[in-house]
Design a protein around this ligand. Structure first.
Ligand SMILES: CSC[C@H]1O[C@@H](n2cnc3c(O)ncnc32)[C@H](O)[C@@H]1O
Ligand SMILES: [Zn+2]
Length: 430
């Protein structure tokens, strides 16, 4: 195979230490990080002057195709939002609609510096097709809901196994598949136990919503006599392969359970604030040694997929919640959106940091803009001053997906038109 090389020259590199230099990529990997500049040849040369090179951001909780429902039902609590607005629309989803929504989401993520994500939704082979076409990296799960119905449960496992067989480890290894039981209040104990058994046997991750609202805690207590994480622990569901989204309402006992089982948490500050679900005790969880990464949730409850916004809001929310401005400093928040998120997906040896031997999932942020001037403290700027719109160039798996703010994959205008049409048609059916 012919070697393809990229030189990112004369750039400020956000690594263990921040240094000025160059990064050389060969095929899908970073092969050299050097303080030398202008001294290497390559097939592609990217001038990194006045730019920061950071690891691609990793979003650990998404529902990509929900971009079609952006702005559909705002200013509502979760149960009303889901039961009266989202689920009735989702009843009319098709593979084509999910493909269109996922493509749109992929463009939005590329343009705002996200190179990997953890997605749970429907028609996941169509979502996989969109992810493959976009060049991004994704962990995909079919969202399972049985509401205690045995026939539904069997159908959910059939669909999950179909997606695993068809999509796992495809697109040059960029696409992985996980199990996606929706939540303890929509999945029976039987379903959750079977997911646990099959995930352990197949070595696949589990993606689930847990302890999002106080209402959910009440529901689970009423059904099972225990709080959500206590119940999941009692049925043997929890382990280090579980990525639990939200984790807002937690007792001290549950924090201990999460830590002891090495469960990974995805914190979704915007979604939690918008639905008024509550504030996750993130700084306490991190102090307790829990891996907490960041997610946007779907675009219908956020209402975008910009992880730069999520980083800033995560930091600010903990500061105001604890009354302590020193908690969750910028450096830690950046880790949550990169290396900690990579670890949650089991990809810490492949992505999440700029290191020789790792996959080239890289983002260049343009610092020559008024809101990032003076170019003083790169991490502070990335977390507190930048937004997705400052992303200049994006590389995933060694492929340039966007260069100088222009997409090199997918036709943006065409995808916008496709998604507009799909959203309109979907809504007209509901
Ligand atoms: C079964 S596929 C995923 C399922 O989850 C719904 N969803 C989107 N956001 C949330 C959230 O914050 N809490 C719970 N469920 C959510 C989505 O609409 C799909 O039905
Ligand atoms: Zn969600």
């Amino acid at each position: 195979m012919e070697t393809k090389s990229i030189l990112i020259d004369n750039v400020t590199i956000l690594g263990d230490e921040i240094k000025k230099g160059s990064v050389i990529v060969e095929n899908d990997k970073i092969v050299e990080i050097t303080e030398k500049t202008g001294s290497h040849s390559a097939d592609e040369i990217i001038n990194g002057e006045k730019k920061v090179l950071m690891p691609g951001l990793v979003n650990t909780h998404t529902h990509l195709s929900m971009t079609l429902m952006r702005g559909l039902a705002d200013d509502l609590p979760l149960d009303t939002w889901l039961n009266d607005h989202i689920w009735p629309v989702e009843a009319n989803l098709t593979g084509d609609y999910c493909y269109a929504g996922a493509l749109l989401a992929c463009i939005e993520m590329i343009k705002s510096g996200t190179t990997a994500f953890n997605d749970m939704y429907f028609f996941m082979d169509d979502v996989a097709k969109a992810v493959d076409n976009s060049g991004l990296r994704g962990m995909l799960s079919h969202g399972m809901i049985d509401l205690g119905d045995e026939e539904k449960r069997k159908a959910e496992f059939r669909e999950t196994m179909r997606i695993i067989e068809k999509c796992h480890d495809t697109a040059d290894g960029r696409i992985k598949v996980a199990f996606g039981p929706h939540a303890p209040y929509t999945c029976s104990t039987e379903l959750l136990k079977e997911v646990r058994e099959k995930a352990s046997k197949l070595g696949l991750k589990i993606h689930i919503h847990v302890a999002e609202t106080e209402f959910e805690v009440g529901q689970v207590k009423e059904s099972y006599g225990a709080r959500p994480f206590e119940y999941l622990d009692e049925i043997g569901f929890l382990a280090d392969d579980v990525i639990a989204a939200h984790a807002v309402w937690l007792s001290d006992k549950e924090i201990k359970i999460i830590k002891e089982n090495n469960v990974k948490l995805s914190h979704n500050p915007t979604s939690n604030m918008k639905l008024a679900s509550g504030i996750s005790p993130v700084s306490k969880l991190i102090e307790s040694g829990v891996n907490v990464s960041l997610g946007t949730d779907g675009a219908a409850s956020n209402n975008n997929l910009d992880l730069f916004e999520e980083m800033k809001l995560a930091a600010l929310l903990q500061k105001v919640n604890t009354g302590d401005s020193t908690v969750l400093p910028a450096e830690k928040v950046l880790e949550m959106a990169t290396i900690d998120a990579a670890a949650a997906l089991g990809l810490e040896n492949e992505i999440g940091s700029i290191e020789v031997g790792k996959k080239a999932d890289l983002v260049l942020v343009d610092m020559k803009t008024p809101s990032l001037t003076p170019f003083r403290h790169p991490v502070s700027h990335v977390v507190y001053a930048a937004n997705g719109g400052d992303v200049d160039t994006v590389i995933c798996n060694g492929e340039i997906l966007m260069r100088n703010k222009v997409l090199e994959v997918l036709d943006e205008a065409e995808v916008i038109q496709l998604a507009e049409g799909a959203a309109e048609e979907l809504l007209s059916k509901s």
